[in-house]
Design a protein around this ligand. Sequence first.
Ligand code: ADP
Length: 164
Amino acid sequence: MTALYPGSFDPITYGHIDLVRRATKIFDKVVVAIAVNIGKEPLFTVAERVQLVKEAFKDLHDKVEVVWFEGLVVEFAKRHGIRILLRGLRMVSDFDYEFQMAITNRMFAPEIETLFLMPSEDYFYISSRLIKEIVALGGSVNRFVPDFVEKAMKEKLLTQKQDR
Ligand code: ADP
């Protein structure tokens, strides 16, 4: 069975990676689906986010597929015949939003189930947003993201500064 793991992945963190690795032990295939239309202006373009996620799973390329999508995730899942949506639960604070979204998705597509996995306690508190803030303030995030992600973030922030 295939599971679809949708999100912004701006950028991918060890939390996301931990979740996908757990999921590959349960599902035959995990499709990481990167949302183009995220509310806030993303740090990375969708093409860059796809690239970073692909790099993160290059050792698992037979089990992990990376795609991007626009519009409702349930429509994307239906089009590809996928019936499982995977999401991560960190703290209690994720619960409200995730619960609301899972129920709403179920209204649009009752045949699709949302399943939740919990990351290792090492990654329980990390989010892409926090990591972006740390890098913007000059801190090191090597405990939270792979080196190539940290490097890409630093380069991106540097070019953004030069553009200003
Ligand atoms: P979104 O903007 O859709 O929340 P994210 O990329 O932030 O996209 O997250 C995608 C999914 O991964 C969400 O279900 C989120 O709760 C989960 N997630 C994010 N960070 C972690 C983490 N550190 N551990 C476990 N799950 C996480």
